[in-house]
Design a protein around this ligand. Sequence first.
Ligand SMILES: Nc1ncnc2c1ncn2[C@@H]1O[C@H](COP(=O)(O)OP(=O)(O)OP(=O)(O)O)[C@@H](O)[C@H]1O
Ligand SMILES: Nc1nc2c(ncn2[C@@H]2O[C@H](COP(=O)(O)O)[C@@H](O)[C@H]2O)c(=O)[nH]1
Length: 198
Amino acid sequence: MEGLLFVLSGPSGVGKNTVLKEVLAKRPDLTYSISATTRPPRGQEVDGVNYYFLTEEQFLAERQQNGFLEWAEIYGHYYGTPKKQVLALLQKGQHVILDVDIQGAAQIRQNYANAVLIFLYPPSIAELIRRLRERNTEDEEAIRKRLAYIEKELAAVEFYDYVVVNDRLDEACMRVESIINAEEVRVTRGYWKRLLNP
Ligand SMILES: Nc1ncnc2c1ncn2[C@@H]1O[C@H](COP(=O)(O)OP(=O)(O)OP(=O)(O)O)[C@@H](O)[C@H]1O
Ligand SMILES: Nc1nc2c(ncn2[C@@H]2O[C@H](COP(=O)(O)O)[C@@H](O)[C@H]2O)c(=O)[nH]1
């Protein structure tokens, strides 16, 4: 039986990576899909761990060969989900979670009707800006570019299946885990049959 495909989106700095790290530590049956991007590495990011860092030429060649499950241009750089590895994991029965923006989530919604879309929402705009600035990984111009998209990104929450407010981190992680648990036992997915003794 195929694994479940989850999507986590939310504005830059809301805490997607932070929440994912905690949730993934508790769910060995959930795999994080490492995206490809043309943006340069920031801080301690490592190629093949945080992202596959590609040149624009490499990214466009991969896109040309239909190598992405979804892709988007965000804040002036390309981002995409490598198709082969995600589909292989799902076929093996592994759940997969993508950290993608609202454009990517819309493509996933269109092409994978069973995917579960979760939106991580900030407790306030002021707190979101504080987190983004205090992370201290972008220069002022890059921060301004990201802030310019906040309103559009927050408005897209309407198209998601679930929303989780990332105020207290432990609570937000618990809610994301609860969503995964609940989706696993939806009768229509048939996934619950895995829980029966042979
Ligand atoms: N619940 C929380 N309370 C306080 N700080 C938080 C919380 N969640 C995350 N943070 C902090 O906010 C900052 C941004 O978090 P993170 O990098 O995970 O965001 P992101 O949504 O993945 O951003 P981006 O889309 O830019 O990659 C980090 O410094 C992180 O430690
Ligand atoms: N559509 C896609 N969006 C992606 C992908 N990987 C990451 N992202 C989104 O990009 C922004 C910026 O990320 P950052 O690491 O530069 O801060 C953020 O909203 C991510 O969700 C992807 O493969 N496809």
